[in-house]
Design a protein around this ligand. Structure first.
Ligand SMILES: NC(=O)c1ccc[n+]([C@@H]2O[C@H](COP(=O)([O-])OP(=O)(O)OC[C@H]3O[C@@H](n4cnc5c(N)ncnc54)[C@H](O)[C@@H]3O)[C@@H](O)[C@H]2O)c1
Length: 256
């Protein structure tokens, strides 16, 4: 497939792009400069720029949206909501039938209560008012409405914490947020970056005829022994299962 990747030069992009590039022709885009060692077609693109998104979507079979803006009140709406509107419009105009969207699991369960368990992605969405989860939830809603109106299939993959396999590192290098040995693990809501990448590939390649509807959301998490969040649907519908399980991240010290 010809695949337009939006926001492909952030943390997740470098894990996703090589996994997709072996099987698809990619146009990777991001608002920032191309990575110095880019071995793929790259275009600087602001997802809030409707004309630029429209032009990039021409001739594509699918769009993978990895873009996000978490902190700034204006830019978060520009990227997470207006960006989705732009790519949905462009997809509809160019007959692109697949959008793989991404976001945090709290865009669905942000306001569910701490003791509620067996939470799944088809619950009535309660993002709460936090800028990140709320704007991502609105962005998903934009895509859902377009999927009702057009022959457009939307898969939204929802992640919690992402980690380098077998460690607590958010990134391969030691910059950014680090988690020292012995610190608790936020209940184990973590998935390894390579597993995130295979989830994107599974959503991209799923047979559209097998999907329950034209707009679906999925939690992308390993098996959690406490059962708080369920990735059962991701395995059942997309055939995806984490290869890195909770045990490989767990390093809580006995005296905590
Ligand atoms: N990293 C995590 O732990 C985590 C957790 C839960 C969900 N997610 C989701 O995974 C996806 C990828 O997140 P990430 O961790 O790679 O984030 P990131 O911030 O590292 O990357 C996002 C990318 O979007 C790009 N971007 C920002 N504004 C843009 C614009 N106007 N136009 C085009 N691109 C723009 C950024 O330049 C960046 O490269 C997001 O949807 C995010 O919500 C990530």
């Amino acid at each position: 497939m010809n695949v337009l990747v939006i926001g492909g030069n952030g943390m997740m992009g470098p894990w996703v792009v090589p996994v997709l590039a072996t099987r698809h022709r990619l146009l990777v885009t991001d608002i920032n400069d191309p990575p110095p060692d880019a071995a793929f077609e790259y275009r600087q693109l602001d997802v809030a720029d409707a004309a630029a998104v429209d032009s990039a979507a021409a001739g594509m079979d699918a769009i993978v949206n990895l873009s996000v803006l978490r902190a700034d009140r204006d830019l978060a709406f520009h990227v997470n909501v207006r960006g989705n509107y732009n790519l949905a419009r462009a997809a509809a105009r160019h007959g692109v039938r697949r959008i793989v969207n991404t976001g945090p699991h709290n865009q669905v369960i942000g306001r569910y209560l701490p003791w509620e368990h067996r939470l799944h992605p088809d619950l009535p969405p309660r993002s709460g008012t936090g800028l990140y989860g709320h704007t991502k939830a609105l962005g998903h809603e934009v895509l859902r409405v377009f999927s009702e109106r057009y022959d457009l299939y939307v898969q939204s993959l929802l992640f919690a914490g992402l980690r380098v396999p077998g460690s607590w590192w958010l990134r391969p290098k030691t910059r950014g947020r680090n988690f020292p040995l012995g610190q608790d693990l936020d209940g184990g809501y973590v998935v390894a970056w390579p597993d995130a990448a295979t989830a994107v590939r599974a959503a991209l390649e799923v047979d559209l005829a097998t999907l329950p509807s034209r707009c679906e959301s999925y939690f992308v998490l390993p098996d959690l022994p406490h059962g708080k969040y369920s990735s059962e649907k991701t395995e059942r519908v997309l055939g995806w299962r984490a290869t890195y399980q909770l045990e490989q991240f767990w390093n809580r010290s006995a005296d905590l």
